[in-house]
Design a protein around this ligand. Structure first.
Ligand code: NAP
Ligand code: ZN
Ligand code: ZN
Length: 351
């Protein structure tokens, strides 16, 4: 196979550095691997945490990006699931041990031996992985997703992380008709949680810092929308929700939100603030509440989510940007100025 493996990318050279042009070299696709021409890459708040090294595990230079969509351009001899020209996606995981119990169940995100992240990971060859802020990527076919024809590549890109990260806990905790679900934080993850929970038939309420995005939330399927800046919100909604999907990216008062969970209900953290959260025992023991977490989703469930979104006509609400605007996009995301996901048009990196 003769392919040009020199690849244009954007990288942070050191923690907290701005992203700047960088050239990487992708490996020659192996027999089971696929070369993907990247068309779009979503910008996840995790990219911001990681570039700032807020989780203290950064490998630099870092090429972020784990909401990738594109077209298959080359396939290895043994590839059976994909052909050249197929519309495909890559999410947060590009490899795992494939032998542990979790991998056997399709829960690669909980691989006992550690999954290989799409970026800021170490491949089995010991080489750091580089993500989707780049023009092409080589991935084993078992970690590549099929993008259904009904979904456009730009609006589908954020499904690869924001979509699966909210679909998975909604499904695990049985979101559906008769269930009262609150989504905390109307950002990239939050707006997908609203759309997916509504499509699952649940009754959805948004808790946002203000009412600025109320009309959007209602359009996406929320029947209730409250500002957490209003102290009355917490009194009004006490003991209401079967499930809270909490997407807040910064430290917050967990007890305050737990008070909104009804008896035997659950608050699930999907947001990943770097700082520790404090919780009063009484927030949990009264009302037998659960405080849980959830991490992205495995490969089979990611495919299931994509098919679900195609069936229900769901994509992310996006603002497409050229790669040169990425640093400004990070700043805007930190200020909550995004409706509701930035997506990089990778054509801007190919020029
Ligand atoms: P995002 O688009 O920035 O959305 C986060 C939302 O949280 C904001 O829109 C804002 O909602 C709310 N928020 C932010 N700061 C807040 C504060 N101080 N107090 C109250 N609310 C606040 O980010 P995202 O891409 O959705 O990611 C959210 C978090 O999930 C990040 O920490 C990210 O790393 C994490 N994440 C986790 C997983 C996982 O597998 N568990 C996967 C992907 C991302 P309002 O404007 O509505 O108030
Ligand atoms: Zn993400
Ligand atoms: Zn495993």
């Amino acid at each position: 196979m003769k392919v040009a493996l020199k690849t244009k990318a954007y990288a942070a050279q050191a923690p907290r550095a701005e992203l700047t042009p960088f050239e990487i070299v992708r490996r020659e696709p192996g027999p089971n691997e696929i070369l993907i021409d990247i068309r779009y890459c979503g910008v996840c708040h995790s990219d911001v945490h990681q570039v700032k090294d807020e989780w203290n595990n950064g490998i630099f230079p870092m090429v972020p990006g784990h909401e990738i969509t594109g077209i298959v351009t080359e396939i290895g001899d043994k590839v059976s699931k994909f052909r050249k020209g197929d519309k495909v996606g890559v999410g947060c995981i590009v490899d795992s041990c494939r032998t542990c119990g979790s991998c056997g169940e399709g829960l690669e995100q909980f691989c006992k031996n550690g999954f290989v992240g799409t970026y800021n990971g170490l491949g089995k060859d010991g080489i750091p992985t580089y993500g989707g802020y780049s023009t092409q990527i080589v991935v084993d076919e078992n970690f590549v997703l099929r993008i259904p024809d009904a979904l456009p590549l730009d609006g589908a890109a954020p499904l690869l992380c924001a979509g699966i990260t909210t679909y998975s806990p909604l499904k695990h905790w049985n979101a559906g008709p008769g269930k009262n679900i609150a989504v905390v934080g109307m950002g990239g993850l939050g707006h997908m949680a609203v759309k997916i929970a509504h499509a699952m038939g649940a009754n959805v309420t948004v808790l946002s810092q203000s009412l600025k995005k109320k009309a959007d939330g209602e359009r996406m399927g929320a029947s209730g929308y409250y500002a957490t800046s209003d102290p009355e919100t917490f009194q009004k909604l006490a003991n209401t929700f079967d499930l809270i999907i909490n997407t807040i990216s910064a430290p917050f008062d967990a007890d305050q939100y737990l008070s909104l969970v009804r008896r035997d209900g659950t608050m699930v953290l999907v947001g990943a603030p770097p700082e520790a959260l404090k919780t009063q025992a009484f927030s949990l023991i009264f009302k037998r509440r659960s405080f849980a977490g959830s991490l992205i989703g495995g490969i089979p469930e990611t495919q299931e989510m994509l098919d679900f979104c195609a069936k229900h006509g769901l994509t992310a609400d996006i603002e497409t940007i050229p790669i040169k605007d990425i640093n400004q996009a990070y700043e805007r995301m930190l200020q909550g100025d995004v409706r509701y996901r930035f997506v990089i048009d990778i054509a801007s990196l190919k020029q």
